[in-house]
Design a protein around this ligand. Structure first.
Ligand code: TRP
Length: 334
């Protein structure tokens, strides 16, 4: 990737990040930071598209920063900041609201899922959420956006908005068209109770997910209880693919052990799932428990977390202001 490339991604401050966030996003962020300029944003303005208790939101923003640091993001290499502290996000979002089309937003499947059956009662913010996401990315002229597969449609919308802006204002290559970076092997970590659903903070049962802050005992209990299959581990991927819960456990194992699935099946086919589960619990404890301990430790020193944010906010604001100046000029705003 060229020197001009810039990575941007956002994470919602939901608190209590889990294995899905870790394997699907955070680990990827850390590896990108090695060779590229990266900006990682805690998207608090996206969070308030559904009501958040103010004191809980504040805490969750800090906990998300703590999770970034605990997984290995380095504030000296990457810009780590929170969205609302750089007002350019909201300003550009407004401009892009006027570029984006109602018909485009009406196609967004995430809005349909999140708004539920009574769309009339959803906030307007939830509806135009994807325009704000486009603003996040375009404000920095980011070129690459690591996201989970569920955000692909929003990223395509960002590209459409960038294209339309460039064409409406006669500035062909002004906004680069951002490209998604979707992890190949594990774009989705599924629920431990239902292999057809994404692992999610909002699923009622805590047994459906491994939280980054889970203790070793909790990890063991959850993996033991995880749904698998009554038949032994199959010998082919094709067979495995018919069993979503088993596939999920093996995929997680593969992702953390760095051994590919075929090889794992060679070793494990014919064995009971308890064999896999013991090994998987050990691996997870080795990888996740230290991260959880670090998050807890960091949350004990909020002054430090606020300092990290302050430094990141300043860097982000400088970049944003520079770009915004040009954007305002293109649009004809004095
Ligand atoms: N919508 C993303 C999610 O829920 C979060 C997000 C907001 C984001 N702004 C972004 C991701 C910009 C990538 C780039 O996961």
């Amino acid at each position: 990737m060229s020197k001009k490339s810039l990575v941007f991604s956002g994470v919602q401050p939901t608190g209590n990040l889990h294995l899905g966030n870790y394997l699907g996003a955070l680990k990827n962020f850390v590896s990108l930071q090695k060779d590229m300029n990266c900006i990682y944003c805690v998207v608090d303005l996206h969070a308030i598209t559904v009501f958040q208790k103010p004191n809980v939101l504040r805490d969750n923003v800090l906990e998300t920063v703590a999770s970034f640091l605990a997984t290995g993001l380095d504030p000296n290499k990457s810009i780590i900041f929170n969205q609302s502290s750089v007002s350019g996000h909201a300003e550009l979002a407004w401009i892009l609201n006027c570029v984006s089309r109602i018909g485009w937003l009406n196609r967004m499947t995430q809005f349909k899922d999140k708004a539920g059956s009574d769309k009339e009662k959803a906030s307007v913010g939830l509806y135009i959420y994807p325009n704000l996401m486009a603003a996040d990315i375009l404000l920095y002229k980011a070129t690459h956006v690591p996201v989970g597969a569920d955000q692909k449609q929003h990223l395509e919308l960002s590209r459409d908005i960038a294209l339309k802006f460039n064409s409406d204002f006669g500035c062909k290559d002004f906004f680069p068209l951002p490209e998604p970076l979707i992890p190949k092997n594990i774009s989705r970590v599924m629920s431990l109770r239902d292999g057809t659903k994404k692992m999610s903070k909002s699923e009622e049962s805590d047994y459906s997910r491994i939280n980054l802050k889970d203790s070793a005992d909790e990890i063991i209990k959850k993996i033991k209880k995880a749904k698998s299959d009554s038949a032994p581990i199959p010998n082919s991927l094709k067979e495995l693919e018919k069993k979503p819960e088993a596939l999920n456990l093996l995929t997680i194992y593969s992702e953390i052990s760095k051994i590919n699935l075929d090889k794992i099946l060679d070793e494990m086919s014919g064995k009971d799932y308890s064999f896999l589960k013991n090994k998987l619990a050990d691996l997870l404890i080795g990888e996740i428990a230290p991260v959880g301990n670090e998050i807890k430790k960091l949350m004990g020193d909020k002054t430090h977390l606020l300092k990290v944010l302050k430094k990141g906010n300043e860097k982000a604001r400088n970049l944003a202001e520079e770009n915004l100046k040009n954007i305002r000029e293109k649009v004809g705003l004095i």
